[in-house]
Design a protein around this ligand. Structure first.
Ligand code: GAR
Length: 202
């Protein structure tokens, strides 16, 4: 069974989508560890409720190097096939990404490369775009910058508020993240330059 680790910082609704998909047998693997950089967040409870080991490794009061070293010590012994960032609101350093032995996937609430960084749904709404959406991408050096695995467009409605738009984008995230994880785990995805190719028959 393929092993997936998940990093979170808060609510954990995307983590829940991964847990639900694993339970339903559609993820192509199991979530075996969840790490939060913030203590006491709802996502940790979701993991525990699903019987998945969950730990808080706060970044506060630590240097980036020290914090990432602690994360590596928690993650490396698990021999993960994939690490998922599910609302993990910290940048992983180039040094972490160089030593981490498995691919890393992130879900982001916009159609990248539009609106990287924090509060992407608000950025899109304030810009006045007619379409936004959600993106799953491989994590590489740079903010929200790696090759795109999956995207779903979400039209902006006349009567949308930031909140109503964000809620529909979140539903899209919950659809494309588990599906993208499955495609990466079953090996039908191949990164060719910036392009993520899905092999025929998949
Ligand atoms: C999600 O919308 C996710 O895309 C976003 O944080 C939210 C976390 O919600 N991530 C980023 O903005 C990363 N740049 P969740 O904790 O309920 O999954």
């Amino acid at each position: 069974v393929k092993k997936v680790g998940v990093l979170i910082s808060g609510r954990g609704s995307n983590l829940q989508a991964l847990l639900d998909s694993a339970r339903a047998g559609t993820l192509g693997g199991d979530v075996v560890v969840v790490v939060s950089n913030v203590e006491g967040v709802p996502g940790l409870e979701r993991a525990r409720a699903a019987g998945v080991p969950a730990l808080a490794l706060p970044h506060r009061g630590r240097t980036r190097e020290r914090h990432e070293q602690e994360m590596l010590e928690a993650l490396l012994p698990r021999r993960l096939d994939l690490l998922c960032l599910a609302g993990y609101m910290r940048l992983l350093s180039p040094a972490f990404l160089r030593v981490f032995p498995a691919p890393v996937l992130n879900v982001h609430p916009s159609l990248l490369p539009a609106f990287p960084g924090v509060d992407a749904q608000r950025q899109a709404w304030e810009y006045g775009v007619k379409v936004s959406g959600a993106t799953v991408h491989f994590v590489s050096e740079g903010l929200d910058a790696g090759p795109v695995v999956a995207q779903e467009a979400v039209p902006v409605r006349e009567d949308d508020t930031v909140e109503s738009l964000a809620a529909r984008i979140l539903e899209a995230e919950h659809r494309i993240f588990p599906a993208a994880v499955c495609r990466v785990l079953d090996g039908t995805c191949r990164v060719v330059g910036r392009r993520v190719r899905v092999e025929a028959g998949a």
